[in-house]
Design a protein around this ligand. Structure first.
Ligand SMILES: NC(=O)c1ccc[n+]([C@@H]2O[C@H](COP(=O)([O-])OP(=O)(O)OC[C@H]3O[C@@H](n4cnc5c(N)ncnc54)[C@H](O)[C@@H]3O)[C@@H](O)[C@H]2O)c1
Length: 669
């Protein structure tokens, strides 16, 4: 075949970029990294520089379009543009040199340097001090009206401003905290659903849901002005001060500087600080401070000429993919996982990475024995970005997922119309074990002494096939098994007996209803109060519950009409397992007078006398909430023995640290 002509190459590149734009902006499911995308765009810009194939509009000249069907379109009062970007210090300096030429010699160019937030752009309008509208960037000229989702998903955004102008359009980014992202992904993993790659994609997908934000919590950070009447601002720094005075969520820090060396120093300082910000950042934005000078310089159809984004390289590392294994979710979804030679990445050691699904492996042609580039997506979940083909062993063979399943003796089939594979036989011993382990886990019925190895023993001995069988186990049956003595047999039988009295939400979570994670189980238990009431609810009733979306409602209904599930529930009831809300569960979640009202606490290390669950319950009872990671927003760190990096970080940030005794004293225990 002959090589494509330069013009054909250019047209192909445009088509490829359009394809990636569609996936990124409209569907929030990009299939290449931002860096790979930026390289394609750069190549296209170079080709266009020399070519005359300019007939059609190029993605290098337009703003990536996020407009989707189902949302009202609203015109922006001022265009909402993108930013030119660079990964190179030289190009940043060239940007400054270009600007210098536009002004008289000796003019002082004052710059503002800000973090570049990796979120979803939004323009929020306040009319006479009241929040009236939120619009996405769209194609730059008009965007989607996402007011409803913003109000529902971003409770932290003030609905009113004091001393506001008649009309102001403030611009910023919607984002999701790492903590919320992990919560949602953990629930999805528990439900056997594919996990989201990073918080930015999940935010983009959430804000564009047609039926509300499905109980997902979003945040916002505001940093710009689109329109203001009457105008109150002459510079970007005025806007920052006003946004602060209005108590709007905004960036922690910005730098006002006067030379390109100072710009560079600010960027370096930002790179040090940014990991402690609540939102993800992928660079720094450098802007001329004066609005008058900004208008003088103007803009292109795509980006202002008075600003540039300097992007930080995402942290990546090369390592060996030793083998591909699978992980089985509690609903039987079989996910491929890469086992890697451990490598240090963004401050932690990575030895496993998700490969998402069969198609993803095929698309990237990932094979065991390959040297691969791993990256922390949104700096959270490690993922295999690409294969270093130059280092591929000569005898390497394409990877076949079906063959791996056969080798592991896993009976599974691909779900029609989806990328996921699911176990064919729910009575498959692997699945039985998985369900039993889930049932007895700390997050569900918390049956002490019923860990993985005991579950394996019980299933292998044919004593237990499903959770209801547990309640018929006798001490004498257990005594026949290896490693069981009188004491351990009696402890296990007692622990199983105890589990009958567990809180109702634990049973709901333990049933393994697809899509229903721990938080949803708690919400359902609180709302319906009993299994009977829940089983009677139709989809519409379920969807009316806070935090329950359409997919979950559907999944709950189909779970309860399934004969096998109904039979299991009947046997659990007959065994005496609690199926209603206990009085302890009816206590209001938030104690408005507790010592931790409005406070966020991070637990780390092991406490002398309290389990994590107990400490969490005590914090919640005292009106607080717990979080998995330490940031500036953390009020307390409750630290026990062997507390690691979280404690170090808390000390660095000056967060108040409590030991168990101080904690108990604070809540008056
Ligand atoms: N992976 C993919 O397939 C894919 C596809 C399309 C786009 N992308 C990514 O998106 C980028 C292009 O997207 P884009 O046009 O939204 O540009 P961008 O995200 O690189 O920069 C422009 C945007 O940055 C935001 N921003 C954040 N902090 C800001 C601040 N302090 N001041 C001003 N603006 C700020 C604004 O919303 C602005 O519109 C690409 O460079 C690439 O990284 C990736």
């Amino acid at each position: 075949m002959s090589n494509p002509t330069p013009d054909q190459h250019l047209l192909d590149l445009r088509a490829a970029i359009r394809h990636h734009d569609e996936l990124y902006y409209r569907q929030a499911t990009p299939e290449i990294s931002d860096r790979e995308y930026d390289v394609l765009k750069e190549k296209l810009a170079q080709l266009e520089f020399f070519a005359d194939a300019q007939a059609e509009p190029s993605p290098t000249k337009t703003v990536g379009d996020d407009r989707t069907e189902g949302f009202r379109k609203i015109k922006h009062r001022q265009p909402m543009l993108s930013l030119d970007n660079t990964y190179s210090e030289d190009e940043l300096r060239a940007f400054h040199a270009r600007l210098l030429k536009q002004f008289d010699e000796g003019t002082d160019l004052e710059y503002v340097v800000e973090p570049k937030i990796d979120g979803v752009a939004v323009s929020v309008t306040y009319k006479n001090g009241k929040l009236t509208q939120a619009i996405t960037r769209g194609n730059g000229a008009e965007g989607d009206d996402i007011t409803r989702n913003l109000l529902e998903g971003v409770p932290s955004l003030p609905r009113e401003l004091n001393d506001a102008p008649e009309l102001i359009e403030i611009r910023g980014e919607i984002y999701m905290t790492a903590e919320e992202f992990l919560r949602i992904n953990t629930e999805r993993e528990e439900s056997g659903l594919p996990m989201f790659a990073n918080p930015r994609n999940l935010t983009a997908g959430t804000i564009k849901q047609l039926n509300g934000v499905a109980g997902r919590r979003l945040e916002i950070v505001l940093y710009g002005v689109g329109f203001c009447q009457p105008n109150r601002f002459t510079a970007q720094s005025d806007l920052h001060e006003a946004v602060r005075k209005w108590n709007l969520p905004t960036i922690e820090k910005y730098w006002c500087v006067h030379s390109i060396d100072e710009v560079w120093a600010a960027i370096e300082e930002l790179d040090e600080l940014r990991h402690d910000f609540a939102y993800g950042t992928d660079g720094a934005v450098v802007k001329l401070n004066s609005f008058a000078m900004q208008s003088e310089v103007g803009m292109t159809s795509k980006a202002p000429r008075w600003a540039i984004a300097y992007k930080f390289e995402s942290e990546q590392a090369e390592t060996l993919l030793e083998k591909i294994d699978v992980q089985i979710g509690r609903t039987g979804v079989v996910t491929p996982v890469a086992h890697l030679t451990p490598v240090l990445l963004a401050g932690s050691t990575v030895s496993r990475a998700t490969l998402h699904n069969e198609d993803e492996i095929k698309r990237k042609d990932i094979r065991p024995g390959d040297t691969v580039v791993v990256q922390k997506a949104g700096e959270i979940i490690p993922q295999v970005l690409s294969v270093v083909l130059a280092k591929r062993p000569a005898d390497s063979q394409p990877f076949d997922f079906r063959e791996l399943l056969t080798k592991l003796d896993i009976q599974a089939e691909r779900v029609p119309g989806q990328v996921a594979w699911r176990l064919t036989d729910q009575d498959d011993p692997i699945q039985q074990r998985r369900r039993l382990k889930h049932y007895s886990s700390k997050q569900c019925l918390d049956i002490e002494n019923l860990g993985e190895s005991v579950v394996d023993q019980l299933v292998t001995a044919g004593l237990v096939n499903d959770p209801a069988d547990l309640y018929g186990l006798t001490e004498s049956q257990l005594l026949e098994l290896e490693r069981f003595g009188e004491r351990s047999a009696s402890n296990l039988v007692n622990a199983i007996e105890q589990s009958k009295k567990a809180e109702f939400w634990r049973l709901l979570h333990a049933l393994g209803i697809p899509h229903v994670g721990k938080q949803s189980a708690k919400d359902l238990a609180q709302h319906f109060g009993s299994l009977d009431a829940l089983m009677e609810a139709d989809e519409a009733t379920l969807e009316a519950v806070d935090g329950i979306g359409g997919i979950m409602a559907q999944s709950i209904c189909s779970f309860f009409v399934d004969d096998a599930n109904r039979a299991l529930i009947l046997r659990l009831r007959e065994a005496g397992v609690n199926v209603t809300l206990l009085s302890a569960e009816q206590k209001p979640h938030v104690n408005s007078e507790g010592a931790f009202v409005g406070k966020t606490v991070v637990l780390t290390g092991s406490l002398p006398n309290l389990s994590r669950e107990e400490a969490t319950a005590m914090i919640e009872q005292a009106g607080g909430k717990t979080s998995g990671s330490v940031s500036k927003k953390t009020d307390y760190v409750l630290a026990g023995d062997a507390a690691g990096s979280k404690l170090t970080k808390a000390e660095k940030l000056g967060v108040h640290i409590l030991d168990e005794a101080a904690f108990r004293e604070l809540i008056g225990d």
